[in-house]
Design a protein around this ligand. Structure first.
Ligand code: SAH
Length: 354
């Protein structure tokens, strides 16, 4: 297979171009085409000679993601995209429009092997990891298709980013590179189900991105019921990895908590959550669970969710309920992709599950 040129760091590209016998400033031009002008074809890189463009096309490939479907919410302008990858795998991404700017939610894997009980993305298992260029491609295509500047990126779509650590890190570094789209690290959030070694490693990278930890239960037992990953990493280890992330980066950790009626929204849960979060400098984001056809979890009423939030607030927790965006278009994360898979266009067989 040809080399994936858009996954290369600037310095790596420079070395490759030098090895081809070209001047280093050519690397600067190519990098700008790939990461600023968001060009997907060597042919269009008009400040390079035709011969050099042909040479590039022989050795490298750009692997752009290709839009299959776009849904636009009439309620709030949220856009949902289904993208095809070079091997016919599909992933979904979302553009959300807020007052403070445009936020894009990207997928980090095609499918997922984490098996969380309420999540649609994991139902068909993991197909494969996404490359850095395929993660970048989602942001780049959305910016090109909509013509709108993307200011925030959240890695909260399908997949577990820390289960695809190296590609994910490369993606972050490329997207926040000042020679590229130059998105600020503080405008980026990565969400993890709690892969402890990944969190600890990320804490060492000297990045300023926000860590979001999917909590969903406030004891080892309760997390285990919803998240198989809790069998692998004990709750106390997960919390101490989050503490380390805060100590090393100074970035306040966000805890995500999908509220499932009758499962994790009781008075006891409020007490346990308070005990865990009160001593920490953190933020809690409540997500009333999105019903997924294949699962029978029930979303609490608006009133119950508000009650849950208010009680936590009273006990001194910094808490919000996540605003629901695009509720008139394919609901929960991963549902658009699943609908596509069920439409007869079979996905390749899944790899192992956790
Ligand atoms: N693998 C990452 C990213 C997953 S999606 C992680 O686990 O954090 C981002 C968030 O949405 C996670 O907190 C996930 O648990 C949650 N989520 C997934 N399906 C959901 C659903 N049907 N309803 C509410 N939240 C859901």
């Amino acid at each position: 297979m040809k080399k994936d040129i858009r996954s290369l760091y600037y310095e790596e590209l420079e070395k490759e171009i030098r090895d081809m016998g070209e001047k280093p400033f050519r690397a600067k031009q190519i990098y700008e085409w790939l990461h600023v002008r968001l060009e997907d074809h060597f042919d269009e890189m008009t400040n390079l000679s035709k011969k050099f463009r042909e040479q590039l096309a022989e050795e490298y490939e750009i692997f752009p993601v290709q839009m299959l479907e776009r849904q636009v919410s009439k309620l709030d302008g949220t856009n949902k995209f289904l993208f095809r990858l070079y091997d016919d795998n599909v992933v979904e991404s979302v553009l959300m429009k807020y007052k403070h700017g445009n936020s894009v939610c990207i997928s980090s894997q095609a499918g997922c092997r984490m098996g969380c009980a309420f999540c649609a993305s994991t139902i068909g298992g993991l197909q494969r990891n996404l490359t850095a260029s395929e993660m970048l491609g989602q942001v780049y295509q959305i910016q090109k298709i909509t013509g709108e500047r993307v200011s925030n990126v959240v890695v909260m779509g399908t997949g577990e980013p820390l289960d695809n650590y190296d590609n994910f890190l490369r993606f972050i570094r490329l997207l926040t590179d000042e020679r590229g789209l130059n998105i600020s690290q503080r405008s980026m959030t990565v969400s993890t189900c709690g892969i402890v070694p990944g969190i600890r490693k990320l804490a060492q990278e000297k990045l300023q991105i926000t860590l979001a930890l999917s909590l969903h239960g406030s004891t080892q037992e309760k997390r285990r019921r919803l998240m198989p990953v809790a069998n692998k990493y004990d709750f106390s280890e997960v919390l101490s990895a989050c503490d380390e992330y805060f100590e090393k980066t100074g970035r306040r950790v966000t805890f995500e908590y999908s509220l499932v009626h009758g499962v994790n929204d009781t008075e006891e849960d409020i007490r346990e959550l308070t005990a865990i979060l009160k001593p920490r400098n953190c933020h809690l984001n409540l997500i009333p669970v999105n019903p997924v056809r294949e699962r029978d979890f029930v979303r609490p009423s608006r009133e119950n969710a508000l009650n849950f939030k208010n009680k936590l607030e009273k006990s001194g927790i910094n808490v919000t309920i996540r605003r629901e965006m695009g509720s008139d278009i394919d609901g929960a994360c991963g549902q658009l992709r699943r609908r596509y898979a069920e439409g007869g266009e079979a996905l390749p067989p899944a790899k192992d599950s956790i």
